[in-house]
Design a protein around this ligand. Structure first.
Ligand SMILES: [Fe+2]
Length: 408
């Protein structure tokens, strides 16, 4: 006989006791309802473990009265939701905020906003030929690194969910955030991470000298316009020579982020090891952020698509080892990326899963089947029967839910 999982409690296989009535067993994602029955011997428990069963669903009413229950999570009493679910699938709901703390995310969002204001001020000061000092940028870099050490995913999430401010502001801050995360992943010192962040903030500073008509052009640049755009790197060299106390690391990020390993990049056509590690990191990060950003003339791609393109750019343009390390650093579904689950819920990844990249923690806020906003539910895919069906780019989601950022 097959029992419904309604009102059943999910327990770890280690917490089963004699007399419990099992309505379903779960090895990996799927709940098997065909092995229902009462646990009447220790051997049955051992057999379940030997068969790799991780969780069982127990009906309290059908179990012996003396049984003690230790649910995997108090919220995991099974309920049908949204639509009829195939008989071997179930949902696992977790209370909001079990993962990404709203406090940390809020703080990271404020930091990103402050960073953009600072970059804006920096650009205006430079255009006005005012003396630029690094004091404020250094303080900001310290705050960003501190935020990354408290919760890297909160910082990445806040930077990935762009507000559609000026591209230059967004891109400069995002490159800084990504370089901090990448530096942390590679085990670089905080001092180097700070220099990387400063380099990221100023890396496109030369664009203040590029004609606005080219910079803001709502279409792909012509070859002549592209040649003009490339000059932002020669402008950058002059500009950063006037900044006191800029480290070599920050200089490399700024001046090498368009160089390519085969020597076909600019401004100097450096190749191989002429490009420092920090320059090579900046090349990867700069391209990734440009690919995932929406521009007037093109929609940003999902992180997954961007990773494929980065891999295609190895080994001639980008360092193969570094590209794979960067992908591992962000994980297949990075914090801030948008995903659709197999039950048609859509959410934002709020915490990546380094040990199993396909099972991040997702904050679901919309149902594509119901075509409406749903109660925000944080789904930890490592403990859920749901799986990710596909990654979506923010622009794809915007076509369905124009104001989706308000839901998050
Ligand atoms: Fe650039």
């Amino acid at each position: 006989m097959q029992y419904s999982l309604e009102e059943s409690i999910k327990l770890s296989v280690d917490d089963i006791s004699l007399g419990m009535f099992i309505t379903g067993v779960q090895k990996r994602k799927r709940v098997n309802l065909k092995q229902a029955g009462r646990i009447s011997s220790r051997e049955q428990i051992i057999t379940l473990r030997e068969n790799g069963i991780k969780f069982v669903w127990v009906n309290e009413k059908l179990s012996d009265r003396h049984c003690f229950y230790k649910p995997v999570n108090q919220q995991q009493v099974f309920h049908h939701e949204e639509q009829t679910i195939p008989n071997e699938l179930s949902h696992t709901q977790f209370p909001e905020n079990t993962s990404l703390s709203n406090v940390e995310y809020g703080r990271a969002k404020e930091l990103i906003s402050e960073a953009k204001q600072l970059v804006q001020k920096l650009l205006v000061d430079m255009q006005d030929n005012k003396n630029v000092t690094l004091n404020d940028v250094e303080i900001l870099a310290d705050d960003m690194i501190e935020s990354a050490f408290i919760n890297t995913d909160a910082l990445l999430c806040a930077s990935a969910l762009r507000n559609k401010d000026s591209y230059l502001l967004e891109h400069s801050v995002n490159v800084a955030c990504l370089l901090i995360s990448f530096g942390k992943y590679l085990g670089l010192t905080k001092a180097i991470m700070k220099e990387l962040a400063i380099g990221g903030i100023i890396h496109d500073i030369g664009k203040i000298e590029v004609d606005d008509a080219i910079l803001q052009k709502p279409a792909k640049l012509s070859p002549e316009e592209f040649e003009e755009m490339k000059k932002h790197q020669t402008h950058a060299e002059k500009i950063i020579n006037g900044i006191d106390g800029l480290s070599q690391t920050s200089r490399d990020v700024c001046l090498m982020h368009h160089e390519k390993l085969d020597g076909s990049g600019y401004p100097r056509g450096l190749s191989g090891d002429q490009i420092s590690l920090y320059g090579k990191m900046a090349c990867v990060v700069d391209i990734y952020d440009a690919l995932t950003a929406d521009r007037v003339y093109k929609d940003g791609v999902s992180p997954l698509e961007a990773f494929k393109i980065l891999i295609r750019l190895t080994p001639y343009h980008l360092d193969t080892d570094l590209v794979y390390k960067f992908i591992n650093c962000l994980s297949v579904y990075p914090a801030g990326s948008i995903v659709q689950l197999d039950d048609y819920r859509v959410g934002v990844v709020c915490e990546s899963n380094k040990s199993n990249p396909l099972e991040p923690i997702v904050k679901c806020f919309y149902s594509l089947s119901l075509k409406e906003q749903v109660n925000i539910t944080v789904v930890d895919l490592k403990n859920s029967v749901n799986v990710i069906k596909q990654a979506l780019s923010p622009s794809e989601l915007e076509k369905i839910i124009p104001n989706f950022r308000e839901y998050i």
